[in-house]
Design a binder for this molecule. Structure first.
Ligand code: TTP
Ligand code: MG
Length: 416
């Protein structure tokens, strides 16, 4: 197996594409740092505070979607369908069970959770195309085969759930557009594999609106022409579609037939590099702890080095039983690429944990530069340490970042 190649004599690319999309992403992030929001109707958006008038829903949890609340809806409409818990609790005519929690958008925090997911994806595939904060295409042709792709995808979902704490839906197919449709097909927590010989059967019964590139307006136009399903669209004369929609008509025709010759090409740069490793059982053996930390430091520094990346923040993550996460970060005055320095800083940061029983360790370098500017000398850095602590998968709001830009706080959320 190698990178995707065209099947002999055809236009068909021989590749395995995974499309990964996190379920109700902003809501999932809020639930990470405020576990009381789990299983509750939850709306993320702006403009719901008293005195504010306009604003839109960014996303809603699946519990809230059952009330018809959805992305891009006016917040006033969302509040009508699903009042705030706080409001419902005050009034006799509103049931608290039929009300939702509302939270404002906190992009900086969501970016840090998104970066942690992307890091796992970068490790899991040969090529990753990041398309939005919570979504990416993976070329996994070299990492799996069609016979074991389901277990590959299941492991990837599990790793995202265990490491970051959010659920992903994954679609696998031989083309990007089919993989995208497949990941949407069984949300939330979906896993849909469309084998190469199943593409036509998979598409045929789907509503035209499920086809990649077709929004509600186009879907309505198609329905008015009697084209209800992707199967109908696949059998429509493409010249008619071209008359109606121009070049895009050809494209949706091809997508509805499962034809898409694009290959997954990279875009976007990593925000950090990290490695974590759990002990089989928690250990208080200082030499095992030290060795593990040094191995992680070397792995991370070498990975950054291979990509010609400099870093300015170095941090460690220490998980003690049962699941308490502590992070310690140190920022340097300028970007460096120095394996020995990473090793000595992580050893320094770890000193305060001497004697403790440790379950898991992690090392991260962040604040990356890709241009290879001047490298700081060791003596120059007047370092600044930051600390943070939280509980794995159940960090509370009090422990979460307060929105300031301090280095250590960013590293805290990146580890969550
Ligand atoms: P999506 O992946 O489209 O939506 P989602 O993750 O909330 O829900 P799901 O994937 O389970 O259907 O978008 C990712 C995030 O982008 C979403 O959590 C919030 C933000 N977003 C907006 O702010 N406005 C929008 O109109 C949309 C669609 C998304
Ligand atoms: Mg999503």
């Amino acid at each position: 197996m190698g990178r995707p190649s065209r099947l002999p004599g055809t236009d068909v690319v021989d590749q395995i594409v995974c499309h990964v999309d996190i379920d109700c992403f902003y809501a999932a992030c809020e639930r990470l740092r405020e576990p009381a929001l789990r299983d509750q109707p939850l709306v993320i958006g702006m403009g719901y505070e008293p005195g504010e008038e306009t604003g839109a829903v960014a996303t809603a949890s699946y519990e809230a979607r059952e009330y018809g609340v959805e992305s891009a809806q006016a917040i006033s409409e969302a509040l009508e369908r699903l009042p705030r818990k706080r409001e419902a609790a005050r009034r006799d005519d509103l049931a608290v069970a039929d009300a939702a929690f509302y939270r404002p958008v906190d992009m900086e925090y969501y970016e840090s959770v998104g970066a942690a997911v992307k890091e796992i994806l970068q490790e899991s595939a040969t090529v990753v195309r990041e398309v939005s904060i919570d979504e990416a295409y993976l070329d996994v042709t070299e990492r799996a085969s069609w016979s074991d792709i389901e277990s590959y995808a299941r492991k990837l979902k599990q790793e995202i759930a265990e490491t970051v704490g959010v659920t992903a839906s994954i679609g696998v197919a031989p083309t990007m557009s089919a993989a995208k449709v497949a990941s949407d097909h069984d949300k939330p927590d979906g896993l849909v594999v469309v084998q190469p010989d199943e593409v036509a059967d998979f598409f045929a019964p789907l509503d035209v609106e499920a086809v990649h590139g077709i929004g509600p307006v186009t879907a309505q136009q198609l329905r008015e022409e009697g084209i209800q399903t992707a199967g109908d669209l696949a059998e429509t004369d493409p010249t008619r579609l071209e008359e109606w929609f121009g070049e895009r008509g050809r494209q949706i025709y091809r997508f509805a037939r499962g034809e898409d010759e694009r290959t997954v090409e990279p875009r976007g740069k990593p925000k950090s590099f990290s490695r974590e490793s759990a002990f089989a059982e928690a250990t208080d053996d200082p030499s095992r702890q030290h060795d593990r930390l040094q191995t992680l430091a070397t792995a991370v520094a070498q990975r950054a080095d291979r990509r010609d990346v400099l870093y300015q923040t170095i941090s460690i993550k220490v998980v003690t039983p049962p699941f308490d996460i502590q992070t310690r970060a140190r920022s340097l005055p300028g970007p460096v690429a120095d394996e020995d320095l990473v090793q000595s800083i992580v050893a320094d940061l770890f000193e305060e944990f001497a004697g403790e029983s440790i379950r898991k360790l992690g090392v991260r370098v962040a604040n990356l530069s890709f241009t290879g500017e001047t490298q700081s000398q060791l003596g120059e850095w007047a370092s600044e340490s930051e600390t943070g602590s939280t509980r794995e998968h159940s960090s509370s709001r009090e422990n979460s970042p307060d929105g300031s830009n301090r280095q250590g706080q960013r590293s805290l959320t990146e580890f969550e």
